[in-house]
Design a protein around this ligand. Sequence first.
Ligand SMILES: Cc1cc2nc3c(=O)[nH]c(=O)nc-3n(C[C@H](O)[C@H](O)[C@H](O)COP(=O)(O)OP(=O)(O)OC[C@H]3O[C@@H](n4cnc5c(N)ncnc54)[C@H](O)[C@@H]3O)c2cc1C
Length: 413
Amino acid sequence: MANILISGAGVAGSALAWWLRRQGFRPTVVERAPGLRDGGYKVDIRGAALEVIDRMGLREQVRRRDTGMRLARFVDVGGRQLATMDAQLFGGREGDDAEIMRGDLARILASATDDVEYVFGDSIATLTPTGDRVEVAFERGKRRTFDLVVGADGLHSTVRRLAFGPESAHLRPLGHHIAIFSVPAELGEEGVELMHPAPGRTVGVYRTAGAAQSRVLFLFPSPADEPDHRDVAGQQALLAEAFGGLGWQVPRLLDAMRDAPDFYLDSMSQVRMDRWSTGRIGLVGDAAYAPSPASGQGTSLGLVGAYVLAAALAEAPGDPVAGLAAYERRMRPFVSLNQQLAERNLKGMVLRSAAQIRFQTLMLRMMPHLPGRERLIRRVTEPIRKAATAITLPGPANARPPGHAGGCVERRG
Ligand SMILES: Cc1cc2nc3c(=O)[nH]c(=O)nc-3n(C[C@H](O)[C@H](O)[C@H](O)COP(=O)(O)OP(=O)(O)OC[C@H]3O[C@@H](n4cnc5c(N)ncnc54)[C@H](O)[C@@H]3O)c2cc1C
């Protein structure tokens, strides 16, 4: 039974651990953070990714944690309603597509892998291929040897840097930054996404039904000089500067960031690579092919990538190099279509001028009365649906193992 090290306990890492166990491998997950990172905003699960959730038997758990979003309400500096938008259209969702807070999904996946060894608070320091194994030195733990190492460690992947070279060679910034964190519940409205568009900047606040806190999302142009992605104080100063002087409840939202346990700020970037593996080291999820939050497909790519990788490794017993190659062949066209969604979406998420905001408001107000309304809606949802379903999952649809209802993840520091 092959020993596989996964770096990163995000959506892709935990989903991969689940599927590797299911295929008879022995995965170990190492996560740099001291515990599961449950920050993030609303994320979508659609198309092939929903099928993966089904095959894991987790659809009901995901449905129970649905965000329950009913409406998006656009507000001006005084908090007055400019326009509203139907939740499905706002999220580009249709049919059974699911929307869930990223942290809720991360927790569901971690609980479903309670039989997997998770090592928190550590990181890979070096990777040394030795014949048909990989020797791994950790920043804190003892040196260990694995049959395969998979980087599921996100946009700033350590595995990618160690095995494929500097981050700058693979990151394609889209020109905007994103920040997300928890704020007091009363700053949001249950089931309603409050959106405040300002020229070049957007603020959104949302509260899931029954949640103790609301979450805020800020989108703004990337600064010329950016603090290190782990310098939280520097990032908070950057955000305060970017949104200083804005009206509505922005000052109160910014005040709340100092106490937020889950403050997250990063560039909206894609990862583009010529190959996702070298020898017995591979990449999955954002580490290999981040589409950026603007695509709305990062979570779905992570889930599908985890499934396809585990299936490809199982189909090539004893030959992970062949498995990694087969995974990449299957995933490439799917990834490419989904990455293409980002730039177009971003244009609608951050409006450049006051004139654009006025035009959008007018369009939204007229929408219910427009004769070609259905056609307009399809123009938004169709490219997303096509990209989300542009892969046929290998293996039988009925792949759920017995007795895998989930429990509690073991945490080791
Ligand atoms: C806190 C957070 C909030 C996010 N919020 C959103 C959002 O609101 N909307 C959206 O579209 N996308 C969001 N994303 C990105 C989104 O999670 C991914 O696009 C998608 O789920 C695929 O996930 P992933 O597992 O590949 O990467 P990620 O979700 O980024 O997970 C990577 C994991 O690897 C860990 N890690 C990083 N470096 C190391 C290391 N050296 N050693 C071990 N572990 C390491 C990270 O701590 C993290 O837990 C967020 C990511 C994070 C980390």
